[in-house]
Write a protein that binds this ligand. Structure first.
Ligand code: SF4
Length: 369
């Protein structure tokens, strides 16, 4: 496996829309975390040389840079050279200082994915974010000054109308910072989140599908005009700076995940760890496997997943790579949702808006809809 994901589950506060498996902590148990990840890595044993390492969360920028500076060499002690070419850290803007940025760079981090979400302080407060807009620009400048210029910004679109969020302005402010990569995610209302409760009691209205589609398509136009290429349904890059780590997921390559809730995939079987930090930590401390469960994908499931993942990407799918012919896609092409160059089939931006139903229509598999 050439791709390693390390899940850092800690956050200081839960964002209003977030249903991820996180551990909200005022004091981050960094030493326990480092010990647990090292122990899990020892259980896995030697790895092949890695192309990418990705610290995701949660909020990985909450653990001290020294913890990352301890973990990365430990990881590379388990792998032969060459060492990973892309080492990403997800960070919240308020955690970026001149010192942390320099320490991350020294530790080997060469790509940072910043959770910006919006440049409107009112909206950031509504989201329960722990930073303001000014901290985003400051974080980008500090990262560049430390030598980390491969920077991605996350933005959330399709917010409830009553917030009167100016999506175009947020896109323009993000583009003005000239990140090499942007990820845009539509707001979804997940059960048991603060947002879900606000909507249930009528304090705010759920965002409409029309707003979702309109803002998504506007992002495509604005980012294309600024030379960004959407190479995946939610991700755009310029200067060829796609996320190599996430691209490995979308092309079905094997990966190893360490930490609570982390998933691993060997090409046939997927397994995942206990999602709660305490359950994970206890299993590791007791010398037990942290794996909660696994699933083995049948050939049919792997093919279906390959179609779904392929259509997420700009490259789309090759019909000759499939074991059975796809049904005629002409109606979907005429609708403007798919394009074909004769050998490959890929989604247009409008197609990406209805990806699940397109995959169902192409495969006849109602499981995806
Ligand atoms: S920082 Fe990220 S993981 Fe943490 S609560 Fe907010 S959205 Fe969830």
């Amino acid at each position: 496996m050439k791709h390693l994901y390390i899940h850092v589950p800690f956050c200081t506060r839960r964002c209003s829309y977030c249903d991820f498996s996180i551990a909200v902590r005022k004091r981050i148990p960094a030493a326990e975390f480092v010990t647990a990840i090292k122990t899990e890595l020892d259980r896995v044993g030697p790895l092949e040389s890695l192309e990418t390492v990705y610290f995701g969360g949660g909020t990985p920028s909450l653990i001290p840079p020294e913890a990352i500076g301890t973990l990365l060499p430990y990881v590379f002690n388990h792998t032969p050279p060459p060492y990973a070419v892309e080492v990403t850290l997800e960070a919240n803007p308020e955690n970026v200082t001149a010192d942390t940025a320099a320490a991350w760079r020294r530790a080997g981090i060469n790509r940072v994915s910043l959770g910006a979400q919006s440049f409107d302080d009112r909206v950031l407060q509504w989201m329960h974010r722990t930073h303001d807009a000014a901290q985003i620009a400051r974080a980008v400048a500090l990262l560049r000054a430390a030598g980390i210029d491969n920077i991605s910004l996350d933005l959330i679109f399709a917010l409830p109308e009553s917030l009167a969020r100016d999506w175009d302005q947020d896109l323009d402010r993000a583009i003005a910072l000239e990140p090499s990569h942007l990820s845009i995610y539509g707001l979804t209302v997940e059960p048991r989140t603060p947002l879900d409760r606000w909507i249930s009691r009528g304090a705010i209205q759920a965002p409409s599908d029309d707003r979702y589609a309109d803002e998504y398509l506007r992002a495509h136009l604005r980012l294309a005009a600024a030379s960004y290429e959407f190479y995946e349904v939610s991700n755009a890059a310029r200067g060829g700076r796609r996320s190599r780590h996430n691209s490995a997921y979308w092309s079905g390559r094997p990966y190893l995940g360490l930490g609570p809730a982390a998933h691993s995939f060997d090409g046939r079987t997927r397994h995942w760890n206990h999602s709660a930090w305490e359950a994970y930590r206890r299993a590791i401390a007791a010398g037990e496997s942290p794996v909660e469960s696994h699933e083995e994908l049948s050939a049919e499931q792997r093919e279906l997943e390959g179609i779904y993942l392929g259509l997420r990407t700009l490259e789309g799918i090759s019909s000759s790579a499939l074991s059975r012919p796809l049904p005629p896609a002409s109606a979907l092409i005429e609708s403007g949702w798919l394009v074909s160059d004769g050998t490959r089939l890929r989604c247009t931006p409008s197609g990406w808006l209805r990806l699940d139903s397109l995959v169902s229509a192409l495969t006849g598999n109602p499981a995806i809809s």
